[in-house]
Structure formats: C-alpha cells, structure tokens
Design a protein around this ligand. Sequence first.
Ligand code: CDP
Length: 204
Amino acid sequence: MIITVAIDGPAAAGKGTISKAVAAHFGFAHLDTGLLYRAVGAKVRAGADPVAAAQMLDPRDLEDDGLRTPAAAQAASEIAVIAEVRSALVAFQRNFAARDGGAVLDGRDIGTVICPDAPVKLFVTASAECRAERRFNELVGKGMEITLDQVLADVKIRDARDRNRAEAPLVAADDAVEIDTSDMTIEQAIAAAIEAVRSALGIC
Ligand code: CDP
C-alpha cells in the first residue's frame, strides 16, 4: 500500500528527528529531502554546475557527514531557488514516496509540490529562537565551534530565502496539520506527530 507522510517546515524545526521517529513507529521508510539540496550545494561549492550536479546526483552522495554543517545548509538554500535544480530532483523524491510499505519525506515543499495528494501532511514549526537553540546544541554536541548568534542568523537567512523564492516557496499546504513545537519537548513533539498521522490515516 502506498502511504506518504509529508512533513514540511522551516529550518531546524525538528523535522528530521520527528520524521525518523514517525517512520520508525509506523515501519515506514524515511527520506530527508534537505540532504538532496545540501549534496547539490556542496558540489556547486566545489565548482560544479548546479543543474548538472542535480541531474547527476547519486544516492551515495547523501551519505556525507559534512552535509550537516551550517555552511552546507546555506549552500543548499542558495541552489534551492533554481527551478531546474528543483525539477531535476522531483522524480527521485516521488519514486521514494511511492514505495511499498509507506514513506515519510521531510522538507519544504513535500505537501505542496512533490506529493500534493499525500494522505498525511504535517507542518512543523517553532519560533526562530527555539529552533536556533536546538540546532546550536546539536552542532556543539558534535564538537563544532559556533555561537548561538551565528546559528540564529543562519536560520533567519534561510527562512527568508526559502519563504520568498518564486519556485516552491516554504508554505504550509492548506490541508496540513500544523504542530508548533516551541513549548514542547522532543518527546511531546514526536507524540503529537504520531497522533496526527494516526488520526489522518484513521488508525486507532
Ligand atoms: O535541517 P534544516 O531544516 O536546517 O535544513 P534542510 O531540511 O536540510 O534543508 C536545507 C535547505 O535545503 C533549506 O534551507 C532549503 O533551502 C532547501 N530545501 C528545499 O528547498 N526543499 C526541500 N524539500 C528541502 C530542503
């Protein structure tokens, strides 16, 4: 059976953690679509043409740990405004979404552009300050030297670029369930997401 769970939201909203937990709970596969844009951005920083890099992207390119840095996130959001880059990545995402056994995809335009017919759409958000603090703790936990102000600036710049671009801007789908995690622990956010998926799929 094809079941697609679309999880969108602004930078560092916790989509990754929530998506992984939802996928594990229901036994679905998970695709972090941000990694596609981060991998293309990294190739462009290394001198590649953005459209060619997107067209030739290999799933193995997504396994690079270096894609999790703020610099890679900025590079991703810069190439994510290019229409031809986005369209080169559509088929891979739709194929993943259509796999047997269910799939969770998280990103910016999953519920609006990639899988507009997904039976479950969540829009996960939180204040910019909360999101920056969580991402700061995550990066410091990985040993990165960075300040909270730098992370907050990164989040705000990417949000503005993602929301204001002409192509597939960051916006909640009309039929998405919004989950504001500002005042939630990660456990509460995961529980809210699982409950929303259960209710949308009619599972008791
Ligand atoms: O994890 P975080 O929310 O910080 O970022 P991400 O999901 O890895 O996405 C990195 C960047 O890729 C975003 O700021 C967007 O510009 C872009 N992106 C996109 O345009 N569409 C998607 N479906 C996923 C990411």
